[in-house]
Structure formats: structure tokens, C-alpha cells
Design a protein around this ligand. Structure first.
Ligand code: MGD
Ligand code: MGD
Ligand code: SF4
Ligand code: MO
Length: 709
């Protein structure tokens, strides 16, 4: 089956990190069949040999005995943790039998799958297509959907349709984008280089992060109000003629409406809402204007996830437009795919499979015309499972995705998931979802498997490969093999006629002129030698009008405003706080909490709380606190600090895990997702994202928990 790794005693393999979804290029050193060292791929100039803590801890994942070691089939109630070991044949037969029954009774569209998205998802999409299902989803309703749809509505390009030339920027404004902790290695390195070269950085976050510490200007904004700030910046740029009038005239529709709309949103008004001094807002606008177009207003993912996130993201894109920051050195560039540089792209595994007849169950792209049908809206799949409307979903695969942790309100999810006939988790860890599933299929880790080829889009598009470095340690198998076997077992083998990953690679490379041997030396094959910049006067925006639509025709047609009035978020009543969340440099969401190395560095989370508020509650730094809300309770230590807004408390995401088989992570810390009750089915109707920061909690001093950890 898998291509055998070379047998030399010591060798270097060029591959792709899998410890988080950033997927950095790596060099893996293998000695006598064991991974002994991982570092960045030095052939990739932007990466060099750098690697983050999580990437280094790949070795600890590899040799961790607490990862699932063989297929498992549930014997008790869902979630009861009672399992029997199964062979691959038995587990796959079990799944295929249920799939056949479901296809027979309700059609292939009753099967859904969610994954982490990204450059390998052609495999999962093609798997579903072969079963006759359009119901592919990814994680993004909890991540960047609002930003994505904001970008689509203005530029006609998704959120990954533009990139950031951080290295050459003169001023970068980060709206809650914690670039030095919630990082991509290459991007963080570029940011440090740019700062060293004299770039300015304005950082906006209710909480001072490491990125704030490096910033030229930090604004500790009132939570969920950054729409007001973005509006005030636009107001000052326009009223004082600080914007790029030529760029706006050349590209934009809807500018007059924007001018009328922003009139009331002055910096003085925004100061009342956000707590950010009006003078500083004006000063920032002037500086940005001086440095335009070599500036980046980064929309982030967060732009927090609240009621007005979509319009916040949209206004952030408007700021970039006003500053003419597109296809400019040090600004935003249009991302190039192989086609854009005159090359043939990889052939999809699904290219020759007939398209499913059924429409997407979430309505994306047909009922909801403004929603990108690509990965759809996963929360609406839950709604369909719950109601059977517009049709039933009876089987759900969670592949490299842990919805019971990554979507809010696990109890509500479990209530709904109880209605499916089949729940399968394919994972390298005992995720929360795996523990609740009917079948756990352990995937071979990223060090033990190859993946289908990936396209890297950007200034210099390339093809990349994840190369298997070592043999699978336990009875685990790569996803390409698992999905191929399942397609064959349900009698659709003609759609997946592959015996080996090399057959898939050959299929993908058809007509490209690239051979798989070309990847051996560096792990990637570049399609151009120099970065490709387009003519700034002829940028191909993909909106229906081909222009930058400040007023979006798609939104208008769908019945939504493009320029929505600001709504002030009510301040929490005394004793309540807004629960904010985010990431740390040493963990990747919940997936690494049980990793032996990373757990040692950070075994639990703490609750950030403002010093003045802590005083009112009689709390000192390091005290135990009880956090309550929505019927949930958690006890953690307090991090008492001035570096968080008084209306908010903050906890790192990913903790509060409930799988006993993960002994290091089990029951440690606060799980923010548990407090986010009622937010699963409450997506933003325009942007699609979930409003995870619309969650209030109470805090009081507590006794140490039993065991005191
Ligand atoms: N409450 C709350 N919810 C959130 C967030 C938050 O901060 N708070 N953050 C949101 C964000 S930004 C995101 S992106 C999502 C992330 O949500 P997820 O995508 O679910 O999170 P990950 O931790 O990246 O990984 C998901 C699963 O993939 C598994 N995995 C890792 N490597 C492999 C592999 O090689 N093969 C297989 N088969 N499985 C693998 C992990 O063990 C894990 O169980 O969560 C979102 N949800
Ligand atoms: N080390 C590490 N790096 C990662 C990840 C990881 O798990 N670990 N995950 C990756 C993923 S999937 C993602 S999506 C990105 C996320 O990247 P980011 O969005 O940059 O990071 P987060 O830590 O989720 O959130 C950033 C900040 O948003 C702030 N915030 C909360 N509410 C508001 C608000 O109302 N306004 C503003 N302006 N800020 C607010 C929080 O205080 C937090 O510090 O990171 C990626 N990189
Ligand atoms: S950021 Fe770290 S963990 Fe994520 S892919 Fe890059 S090296 Fe790996
Ligand atoms: Mo994310």
C-alpha cells in the first residue's frame, strides 16, 4: 500500500508539518526508521530551519502511546467509552454496510463529512462526490467565515484570495490578529523582519498579547466594538481627503453611499464606544495615508466573532480599498494559482466523477446565494440533522476535525448527533468527537503517511508534497487508503481506481509537465522563478460587476445591507464578564493538549481578569476562581492583570477535555466551548460565522479543586 520510505540508516525527508493547520514546510531526519529531528525546510527561504514548539513536538505525538492504535467500534452507549478492538476489514465493512443502506433508502446526499479544509481537501470532496453527496463541510463557521464572505462581497475573492506582503509593509494594522502567538511561522518571521526594517504596527485587542508587546501602538479596545473603530478610521480618511481617490475612482462602485453612510461615525464618537482616544485614531489615519499603498489592514479571523463581525470585516476591507493597498509592495496582493501564471493546475481526483444531483443540505449557493457553497455552513448541517429539513443526514464523518470541541455547546451537539445512524471519527488523537463516535479510525500521523499533492497559491505558486518519513507505528492507515477502500466497498471503485498514493499523484499531475521525482530534492516544485505582480491598473476582481463593490450587488439581491448601522454591544451587568478566547504559541486548539511535550509546558489554562475587577471580587493573582454561566461551571486559577479590558475575561481555547484516555489533558482547565450555550444554531445570517464571543459568565473566588491542579 503506502510507498515505502527509503531504508537508508539516516536520511532527510522533505515534507509538510501536520501539528497544526498552517502546514509549514519541514525537513525530517530519520535514523534507523525513527524520527530523530524535525526542523524547518531550509530550501524554503521564508521558513529557513525555524520551527515552532508544536512542530518540534511532532516527535512526541509520533511516539505517544495515548493515541488511538487500532480501529475501534463502540460497544456501549454513545460517549460511554466502551469499545472493542476491530481489524480494518471489520471496521470498514461495518461502515460500508451502513452507508449502503443509507444510500439505498435516502440517497448519497444523506452522507456528510467535515474536515479541517486546506490544500488536501480534494480527497474528501472527491470521496463524497463518489458517494453522490454534495455535503462537504469544513471548520470555518467557527473561524474565518465572516471574513471570507466580507471579502467575497467586496472583491469577489474569498479570504485566501488575497495575501499580505508583510515583509515590505510600512504599516500593518492588526484587528485582533495575534500574529506572534497565533502564528504561521513564515508570517511571524516576516513581521519581525518588517519591524526591524522600521515598519509600524498598530495592534487592537481587548487583551495585550505578545504581539501587542511588539507593537508601535496598542489599543485595548472594548470587546466587540471594533466595528466602531474601523468606521471612524474610514470617516477620518474620507472627510480629510486622506484616501487614494484615484484608486477608488478607478475600481469602486458605491463610494457615494459609503461617504453618506460614514458621516456620523467620527473619531470622537468612536472614542465613546471603544475607549480608544479620538486623537490617536486620527493620528493613525494620517500615518496610514502617508504610507499608502504600502499598508495592510489585516482583517484577521476574529475581528471578533460577534453580532457585527461580518460588517467589521467588511469595513476593514473597505479601509484597504480606501488606502489603495491592493497589488502594492507591502500591501495586499492577489493570490495567484497555477492558471494565473499560465500553468496547468493539479487534476482533481473528482474531475471524472459525475456531480451529485442533490443540492447542498445547508442551502449554501442556492437558497443562500450569498454563502459560498464550497465548504458551506456546518452549523446548518446540524440543523438539518435535527429537523430532517430539507432532507435527512444519516451518516457523518468527522475527519481531522473535532466538532464537539470546535463548535459551541457540546451538549446540544450530542442531542442532535444522537439522530444520525452512523458517526465516524478519523483522527490521530482521541478527540472529543472520536470518544462519542460509533467507529474510530486511527489515521497514520503526518510523519507516517504521504498525502495527495497540494497546490500552494501566492506570489509564487507551487506544488507541494507531504512525504512519508517513517512506517506507521501502530495499526494506523493513511486517509487516502481509508477513503479509497470505502469507495470500493460501496461498489463505486471505478471512481477511485487507485492502488497506491503514487497512482493518485500520477492522476493529479496529468498534463502539468511535472513528475513526482521532481519533488524529492526540496519537497516542492515552483511554477515560476520570480514573484508575480499584476498591473495595478488592471486587477481582475471577481464580483458580478468586475469592480470593487462597496455596495455589494450579491448582498442587495439577498436582501442584506452592505453598509449596516453600528449597534453598540450592551456592557455586561455588574458581576458579569464577556468570555473571550484565543490561542497560545505552544498549543494548537485542543489537539495538542495531551501531547507529552506540550502538556508539560502548558497543562492547563488560567482566567485573565482585570486588576480593578479582581479587587472588587477579592481576588489576588493566582487565586482559584469559579467561572459559571449557562448551567456550566469550571474552576481555574486567575491571572490578574491590567492587560485585559475590565468588561472581559479571557481563557485559552482547547482545554476542559473530557476523554479519560487522554490522561494528561483529562478534565484540566476551562473549556470555553462548554459555556457557549445556544450559539450552535445562531449563525450570522449574512456572513455565516458563529457568534462565539456573545457569551457572558460570572466569576467568584473559589476553593482549590480536589487534587489542587
Ligand atoms: N469555543 C471555541 N471554539 C473554537 C475556537 C475557539 O477559540 N473557541 N477556535 C475555532 C477555530 S479558529 C478553529 S480553526 C477550529 C479548529 O477546530 P478543529 O479543526 O476541530 O481543531 P484542530 O485542533 O485543528 O484539529 C481537529 C482534529 O484533527 C485531529 N488531527 C490532527 N492531525 C491529524 C491528522 O494528521 N489526521 C487526522 N485524521 N486527524 C488529525 C486532531 O487530533 C483534532 O482532533 O475551532 C474553532 N472553534
Ligand atoms: N500557536 C498557534 N497558532 C495558530 C493556531 C493555534 O491553534 N496555535 N491556530 C491557527 C488558527 S486556526 C487561527 S484561526 C489563527 C487565529 O489567529 P488570531 O485570530 O490572531 O488568534 P486568536 O488567538 O484566536 O485571537 C486573537 C485575539 O483576538 C482577541 N479578541 C477577542 N475579542 C476581540 C474583539 O472584540 N476585538 C478585537 N480586536 N480582538 C478581540 C483575543 O483577545 C485574542 O488575543 O491562528 C492560527 N495559528
Ligand atoms: S506553525 Fe508550527 S505546528 Fe503549525 S505547521 Fe508550522 S511548524 Fe507546524
Ligand atoms: Mo481557525
Amino acid at each position: 500500500m503506502a510507498t515505502s520510505p527509503a531504508t537508508a540508516e539516516r536520511k532527510k525527508v522533505y515534507s509538510i508539518c501536520g501539528m497544526c493547520a498552517v502546514r509549514c514546510p519541514i525537513e525530517v531526519e530519520v535514523e534507523h526508521g525513527r524520527v530523530v529531528w524535525i526542523q524547518g525546510n531550509p530550501h524554503d527561504k521564508g521558513m529557513g530551519t525555524s520551527l515552532c514548539a508544536k512542530g518540534s513536538a511532532g516527535i512526541a505525538l509520533e511516539y505517544d502511546t495515548e493515541r488511538p492504535q487500532h480501529p475501534m467500534i463502540r460497544t456501549g452507549e454513545r460517549g460511554a467509552g466502551q469499545w472493542r478492538r476491530a481489524s480494518w476489514d471489520e471496521a470498514l465493512d461495518f461502515i460500508a454496510e451502513k452507508l449502503l443502506k443509507i444510500i439505498d433508502e435516502d440517497g448519497g446526499q444523506a452522507i456528510a463529512l467535515s474536515d479541517r479544509g486546506g490544500p488536501f481537501n480534494d480527497l474528501t470532496k472527491s470521496f463524497l462526490k463518489s458517494l453522490g453527496s454534495p455535503n462537504y463541510f469544513n471548520h470555518d463557521v467557527t473561524c474565518g467565515r465572516n471574513t471570507h464572505h466580507a471579502s467575497r462581497s467586496i472583491l469577489g475573492l474569498g479570504r485566501t484570495g488575497t495575501g499580505y506582503d508583510i515583509k515590505n509593509t510600512k504599516h500593518i494594522v492588526l484587528f485582533g490578529r495575534n500574529m506572534l502567538e497565533s502564528f504561521k511561522v513564515k508570517e511571524a518571521k516576516q513581521l519581525i523582519d518588517a519591524l526591524d526594517a522600521g515598519a509600524k504596527m498598530t495592534y487592537i485587542d481587548p487583551r495585550a498579547t505578545l504581539t501587542a508587546a511588539k507593537a508601535t501602538r496598542y489599543w485595548r479596545i472594548r470587546p466587540n466594538t471594533e466595528y466602531a473603530l474601523a468606521l471612524a478610521l474610514a470617516n477620518h480618511l474620507i472627510k480629510n481627503n486622506l484616501y487614494d481617490a484615484e484608486f477608488v475612482r478607478h475600481y469602486c462602485t458605491g463610494f457615494e453611499e459609503l461617504v453618506d453612510f460614514i458621516q456620523p461615525y467620527t473619531p470622537e464618537w468612536a472614542e465613546q464606544e471603544t475607549g480608544v482616544p479620538a486623537d490617536e485614531i486620527k493620528q493613525a489615519a494620517v500615518e496610514l495615508s502617508q504610507d499608502k499603498p504600502h499598508v495592510i489592514i489585516h482583517p484577521g479571523w476574529m475581528t471578533a466573532r460577534h453580532r457585527q463581525s461580518f460588517y467589521t470585516s467588511r469595513m476593514v476591507y473597505v479601509l484597504n480599498v480606501l488606502l489603495g493597498a491592493f497589488e502594492a509592495k507591502g500591501g495586499l496582493f492577489l493570490v495567484k494559482d497555477p492558471g494565473a501564471v499560465g500553468k496547468k493546475g493539479l487534476k482533481s481526483l473528482g474531475a471524472d466523477i459525475p456531480a451529485p444531483e442533490a443540492k447542498r443540505v445547508d442551502g449554501a449557493g442556492w437558497k443562500l446565494k450569498h454563502i459560498d457553497p464550497g465548504p458551506g455552513l456546518l452549523n446548518l448541517m446540524y440543523q438539518a440533522i435535527d429537523t430532517g429539513d430539507p432532507y435527512p443526514i444519516r451518516a457523518y464523518f468527522a475527519y481531522r476535525h473535532d466538532p464537539l470541541l470546535a463548535l459551541p455547546d457540546p451538549e446540544e451537539q450530542k442531542r442532535i448527533l444522537a439522530k444520525v445512524d452512523l458517526l465516524v471519527s478519523i483522527d490521530v488523537n482521541y478527540s472529543e468527537t472520536a470518544w462519542f463516535a460509533d467507529v474510530i479510525l486511527p489515521e497514520a500521523t503526518y510523519l507516517e503517511r504521504s498525502n495527495i499533492l497540494a497546490t500552494e497559491k501566492g506570489l509564487k505558486p507551487a506544488f507541494r508534497v507531504r512525504h512519508q518519513a517513517v512506517e506507521p507505528l501502530y495499526d494506523s492507515r493513511p486517509a487516502w487508503w481509508i477513503f479509497t477502500e470505502l469507495v470500493k466497498l460501496v461498489g463505486r471503485g471505478e471512481y477511485f481506481p487507485y492502488e497506491d498514493i503514487t497512482d493518485m499523484w500520477d492522476h493529479q499531475l496529468q498534463g502539468t509537465g511535472v513528475k513526482i521525482e521532481d519533488f524529492a530534492a526540496k519537497g516542492s516544485v515552483g511554477l515560476v522563478t520570480d514573484p508575480v505582480w499584476l498591473d495595478r491598473d488592471e486587477l481582475p476582481f471577481k464580483t458580478p460587476s468586475g469592480r470593487i463593490e462597496l455596495v455589494s450587488s450579491v448582498l442587495t439581491e439577498a436582501g442584506f445591507p452592505s453598509l449596516a448601522p453600528y449597534e453598540s454591544p450592551p456592557a455586561p451587568v455588574p458581576g458579569e464578564f464577556r468570555l473571550l478566547f484565543g490561542r497560545t504559541g505552544v498549543h494548537a486548539h485542543g489537539q495538542s493538549i495531551n501531547n507529552p511535550y506540550l502538556n508539560e509546558i502548558m497543562p492547563t489554562n488560567v482566567l485573565w481578569i482585570n486588576t480593578a475587577k479582581a479587587k472588587e471580587l477579592g481576588l489576588a493573582d493566582g487565586d482559584w476562581v469559579e467561572v459559571t454561566g449557562h448551567g456550566e461551571k469550571a474552576t481555574v486559577r486567575a491571572n490578574v492583570t491590567d492587560f485585559i479590558h475590565p468588561e472581559a475575561v479571557f481563557a485559552l481555547h482547547g482545554f476542559g477535555r473530557s476523554v479519560p484516555a487522554q490522561t494528561r489533558a483529562y478534565n484540566r482547565g476551562l473549556g470555553d466551548h462548554r459555556f457557549q450555550k445556544g450559539l450552535l444554531l445562531d449563525g450570522c445570517p449574512v456572513g455565516g460565522g458563529l457568534k462565539l464571543t456573545e457569551c457572558l459568565v460570572k466569576v467568584k473566588k473559589a476553593q482549590p479543586p480536589a487534587g489542587g491542579k
